[in-house]
Design a binder for this molecule. Structure first.
Ligand code: BES
Ligand code: MN
Length: 456
C-alpha cells in the first residue's frame, strides 16, 4: 500500500495536467450542438483507461455513450467486486460573462483548478481512476475487482443508463457502488452522504393571443400570459416558505430527533452562508434550520422564466406566451410519479380561463436514503478518516443523483456516497473549481477504501 501512496504523491502534477486535458472537452450533454464533444469525451476517457491498464468499452445507448472500464481480473476471481460510478457530462457554462477565465480552458490558481466540470464530476471520478492506476502501475495487489461506469447523461436525468443496467446486469453484479459526486462541509469534515433529495422537472407554458400584440391597443382587454403565469407561480408557495400545492407534504417523513441533533453539529453558520452567496438574509421554511432546509425538506424552484421582449430598451407588447422551467426537490417518501400529478392538477386548477396551459413533465428521480450502519459504511468511514486525517461525519444532502435508486432497484446494491466537493466549488455556477488538495486526498481515501472493502 505504501507503494500506492508514494506513486500518488510522486505523480500529482502529471495527474493535474491530465485532468486539465479532460476538462478542455466541452461535454455539455443538454446541448445538441455538443454531441461531437460528448463522443470526444467518451473516447478520451476510454483511451485513458486503456493507458492506465484498465479494459475499457464504449457502450452505445439511445443517447450519449457510457464508458465501462474494468480492472484486469483472473477468471473465477473471488475478490469482492465494486462499481465506481461517475459522469463525464457537465452543465452548460452560462452565463459566460461571469467567468473569470473561459470555462473550458482550465486555469490553476491558489490551489484550485477552475473549469466547468472540474468538481462535477470529472475531477472526482478521475481521482478514483488515478488510484487504480497507482495500484496497477506499482504492481500492488488490488483487494477488490473494480468496474468504472461513467455515463454522459447525469445532468439531464440519466434516462439511458437504466436500460443499460438491465442489459448488463450480470457484468455489473457487485457488492456495492462507490460514487464521489457529493460534497463535504469543509476540508476538515470528510463526509459520507446517506441521503439525497429526489427531483422532478416540469415545464409549464401559458399561451394567450396568437401573436405579440400592441399593449396600447389591446392591453387591458386581453390577458397577459406573463402576468398570468407569474400569478400562478406565486401561488406555488405560501408566506411561511412552504410549497402551497395541495397534498405536496402528504408523504413527507418527519426528521427524527436524532437526525435533527446530528444536523445541529454541522459546521457552517447562516451568516457564513449569507457571506458566501452574497445574500442579505436567508430565506426558508419556518421551523427548520438552514441545514435542514437545504437537505431534508422538499422545495419548489423556478429555474428559468421566459416571456416577451428581452432586448435593449422597451417594447410595448402583450406577449403571446410565457413559460417556466420548474424543479421540485423531493424527500422520503415523496415520489415523482405522485408529485407530478399533484403539480399538474394544482396548476390546472389555478390557471385562469383567459389563457391555455400546457404542462410537460421532464426528468425525475426518487429521493434516496439508507441506514448508515452497514459494514461497508464502516469501511468507508475508516477510509475517509485515513485519507483526510479527520473524523468523518454522516450527511444528508440536497442535490440529486437519480441513478443511485436504480443501482438498488436493478442491481440490488447500496451506494457509498463519498463526495469531494467543497461548499464554495460553484457547482452549476460560473467559476466552478476543484480543490487540488481535495483531489489529492480523494485519491488517498480511495487507496484506503479498496483495502477496507477488501477486508470485509
Ligand atoms: N453532483 C451533483 C449532485 C450533488 C451535488 C449532490 C452536491 C449532493 C451534493 C449531480 O451532478 C447533479 O447536479 N445532479 C442533478 C441531477 C438532476 C439534473 C437530475 C441535480 O441535483 O440537480
Ligand atoms: Mn451536477
Amino acid at each position: 500500500m505504501q507503494a500506492v501512496l508514494d506513486y500518488l504523491a510522486r505523480n500529482q502534477s502529471r495527474f493535474v495536467d491530465e485532468l486539465c486535458d479532460y476538462l478542455r472537452i466541452p461535454s455539455i450533454s443538454a446541448q445538441p450542438n455538443h454531441k461531437r464533444d460528448m463522443e470526444a469525451a467518451a473516447n478520451w476517457l476510454a483511451k485513458h483507461c486503456r493507458e492506465i491498464g484498465l479494459k475499457p468499452e464504449i457502450c452505445r445507448t439511445d443517447g450519449h455513450p457510457i464508458v465501462l472500464a474494468r480492472t484486469p481480473r483472473k477468471k473465477g476471481s473471488r475478490k469482492p467486486h465494486y462499481l465506481v460510478y461517475g459522469h463525464y457530462d457537465v452543465q452548460p457554462p452560462d452565463p459566460l460573462d461571469k467567468w473569470t477565465s473561459p470555462p473550458f480552458e482550465p486555469r490553476i490558481a491558489n490551489g484550485n483548478v477552475y473549469a466547468r466540470g472540474s468538481t462535477d464530476n470529472k475531477g472526482q471520478h478521475f481521482a478514483h481512476l488515478k488510484t487504480i492506476e497507482a495500484y496497477l502501475k506499482t504492481g500492488t495487489e488490488l483487494p477488490c475487482d473494480v468496474t468504472f461506469v461513467v455515463e454522459g447523461e447525469e445532468e439531464m436525468g440519466s434516462d439511458n443508463i437504466v436500460p443499460f443496467l438491465r442489459k448488463r446486469k450480470s457484468d455489473l453484479k457487485s457488492e456495492g457502488v462507490v460514487v464521489s459526486d457529493t460534497g463535504m462541509p469543509s476540508p476538515r469534515h470528510p463526509a459520507l452522504t446517506y441521503a439525497l433529495r429526489g427531483v422532478l422537472a416540469v415545464e409549464v407554458r401559458i399561451d394567450g393571443p396568437n401573436r405579440d400584440l400592441h399593449s396600447g391597443l389591446f392591453g387591458g382587454a386581453v390577458e397577459n400570459p406573463a402576468m398570468a403565469l407569474s400569478q400562478m407561480l406565486a401561488k406555488c408557495r405560501d408566506a411561511r416558505g412552504r410549497v402551497a400545492i395541495s397534498g405536496f407534504y402528504d408523504d413527507v417523513v418527519k426528521l427524527t430527533p436524532l437526525e435533527r441533533r446530528e444536523m445541529k453539529r454541522m459546521p457552517g453558520t447562516d451568516a457564513e452562508l449569507c457571506r458566501l452567496l452574497g445574500v442579505k438574509q436567508l430565506y426558508g421554511e419556518s421551523g427548520y434550520t438552514m441545514h435542514e432546509q437545504r437537505s431534508a425538506r422538499p422545495t419548489c424552484e423556478i429555474n428559468g422564466l421566459t416571456s416577451g421582449y428581452q432586448g435593449a430598451g422597451s417594447k410595448t407588447i402583450v406577449p403571446s406566451y410565457a413559460s417556466a422551467k420548474l424543479t421540485f426537490r423531493l424527500v422520503p417518501n415523496q415520489t415523482p410519479e405522485k408529485i407530478v400529478k399533484l403539480v399538474r392538477a394544482y396548476l390546472k386548477k389555478i390557471c385562469p380561463p383567459t389563457v391555455r396551459m400546457t404542462f410537460e413533465p421532464g426528468h425525475a428521480g426518487a429521493p434516496y436514503i439508507v441506514q448508515p450502519t452497514s459494514r461497508q459504511v464502516g469501511a468507508a468511514l475508516n477510509a475517509l478518516r485515513s485519507g483526510f486525517g479527520h473524523p468523518p461525519i454522516l450527511l444528508r444532502e440536497g442535490g440529486s443523483i437519480p441513478i443511485v435508486n436504480d443501482f438498488k432497484k436493478i442491481l440490488g446494491v447500496d451506494t457509498l456516497l463519498l463526495g469531494l466537493a467543497l461548499p464554495d466549488d460553484n457547482l452549476h455556477s460560473p467559476n466552478e473549481k476543484f480543490s487540488l488538495d481535495q483531489f489529492r486526498k480523494g485519491m488517498m481515501m480511495a487507496a484506503h477504501l479498496w483495502q477496507e472493502l477488501g477486508r470485509l
